[in-house]
Design a protein around this ligand. Structure first.
Ligand SMILES: Cc1cc2nc3c(=O)[nH]c(=O)nc-3n(C[C@H](O)[C@H](O)[C@H](O)COP(=O)(O)OP(=O)(O)OC[C@H]3O[C@@H](n4cnc5c(N)ncnc54)[C@H](O)[C@@H]3O)c2cc1C
Ligand SMILES: NC(=O)c1ccc[n+]([C@@H]2O[C@H](COP(=O)([O-])OP(=O)(O)OC[C@H]3O[C@@H](n4cnc5c(N)ncnc54)[C@H](OP(=O)(O)O)[C@@H]3O)[C@@H](O)[C@H]2O)c1
Length: 378
């Protein structure tokens, strides 16, 4: 039942407290941490289709909040109001407010109090690149450490903070294969910034949990769906966590006995440590459900090999599949990967379809328009 037709369906403001059934590290030995999660949907009323996402409403890390309170000079016991709700500051910081990632508007508000010439300079439009550099790796706490503020009251402090945004994750399971469950594939954000160990709010919230309840809701995506006609072939390009919806797709194609051919391009750093869902893909490939499986390991040799390189190696076959009406799906990094995959598609159209650059661009656009080229990128 859709959210629109059921007003009791969990939402981001009224999420379902799902039991976390499985939290498994998939990248043992890698310098990257990607985890597989299984959550229960028992009695939630939530049902989803492959291609949908799950919204997760995280809690901030207790230690991060304790350090922030210390830097701001507040105890957390102060009473504050958020909208119509009155609560203690610590609860607001844990559950309701974004307390780490910086925004320009936040720095602007902070500088109304701090009155720093340096920050004022960084906020000038002509210095926008310097501001991006300043913000990269810094969090809210760094502002208070670099520009200590004494006497800021708790209510005014909350005025610097925006509401905690939920995070979306592409669903990695099909309900047909896993009734009453939803699975996720999450790259845990951990990095060093401004000399300190940092972690992403939601990915680390999930990573550090076992057997607890996770507040979540369904975020349908009608623009990333399997074809209605099960005989249509599909080509899936999903490096890194971009693999998630394709696990859902293939499970659904198996469960429904879809006759269309399936082709996956997957890539990550190293075959030994980063081959997400290796046993599943190898077994789908061996039993013929997955007709083609092309893998790109970027760090297993000196020169980077990416999914788009594998597409170009198979350009003749890829062009034929597309001529035969295949759907083309891309999921994962929007900033570079999806653009490079798009370019590879244009190159293939030029070389295999013998088209000019302009005609190849128009042909790729027509794939979009016909809804045969679908993206779930972030
Ligand atoms: C439709 C959709 C589907 C998605 N599906 C998935 C999925 O299946 N799997 C998945 O893992 N993610 C997915 N995401 C991304 C996910 O929603 C989160 O954005 C991601 O998990 C990071 O959230 P976080 O709360 O852990 O990090 P946040 O607390 O939001 O921190 C992220 C921020 O940290 C900073 N940062 C990160 N790395 C560095 C660095 N190296 N140096 C300096 N600063 C840095 C940046 O400011 C960045 O914006 C999806 C997003 C969308 C929109
Ligand atoms: N802090 C960390 O340790 C860490 C680690 C991983 C991911 N992350 C975060 O998690 C997010 C999602 O991670 P993810 O697992 O989905 O993906 P990812 O780690 O960003 O990348 C997956 C694969 O795609 C490759 N790749 C990089 N640029 C590409 C391009 N232009 N075209 C095609 N492939 C490309 C990567 O190679 P190379 O990386 O070898 O270039 C890697 O092999 C990232 O956006 C990142 O912010 C953080």
């Amino acid at each position: 039942m859709s959210i629109a037709s059921n007003p009791n369906m969990p939402t981001k403001d009224n999420p379902y407290a799902s039991e976390l059934l499985v939290n498994r590290l998939m990248t043992e030995g890698s310098d990257k941490e990607t985890r597989h999660f299984e959550l229960s949907l028992k009695d939630s009323g939530l049902d989803y289709l492959p291609g949908d996402s799950l919204g997760v409403v995280p809690t901030n890390c207790e230690q991060v909040i304790a350090e922030l309170l210390n830097a701001v000079g507040l105890t957390g016991e102060e009473s504050i109001t958020l909208g119509e709700d009155t609560m203690i500051l610590e609860d607001a910081l844990m559950h309701r407010l974004a307390c780490t990632v910086l925004s320009k508007i936040q720095i602007k508000k902070f500088n109304e109090i701090a009155q720093s010439d340096r920050l004022a300079d960084l906020l000038k439009i002509e210095n926008k690149d310097d501001l991006v550099d300043y913000m990269w790796g810094r969090e809210l706490i760094d502002l208070f450490i670099e520009y200590p503020q004494s006497g800021l009251n708790a209510q005014d402090f909350t005025g610097l903070l925006r509401p905690m945004p939920p995070r979306l994750y592409s669903i990695a399971s099909s309900l047909s294969a896993h009734p009453e469950e939803v699975h996720l594939t999450v790259a845990v954000v951990r990095y060093e910034g401004n000399g300190k160990e940092r972690k992403g709010v939601c990915s680390s919230y999930l990573a550090e949990r076992v057997g607890e309840r996770v507040p979540c809701y369904l975020h349908p995506n009608k623009n990333f769906k399997l074809p209605d006609d099960p005989s249509i072939p599909i080509i899936m390009v999903g490096p890194g966590t971009g693999i998630a919806p394709f696990r859902a797709f293939i499970e659904e194609r198996r469960a429904t006995g879809a006759s269309g051919k399936n082709w996956l391009f997957f890539g990550d750093r190293s075959q030994k440590t980063d081959y997400l869902y290796e046993n599943e893909w190898e077994s789908y490939h061996n039993d013929g459900l997955l007709n083609d499986l092309d893998l790109a390991w970027s760090r297993d040799q000196e020169k980077k090999v990416y999914v788009q390189h594998k597409m170009l190696e198979k350009k003749g076959q890829l062009w034929r599949w597309l001529q035969d009406g295949a759907m083309f799906y891309v999921c994962g990094d929007a900033s570079r990967m999806a653009k490079d995959v798009d370019q590879a598609l244009r190159t293939i159209a030029q070389e295999e379809g013998v088209m000019s650059e302009e005609d190849a661009g128009a042909w790729v656009k027509s794939l979009f328009k016909e809804r045969r080229y679908l993206k779930d990128v972030y």
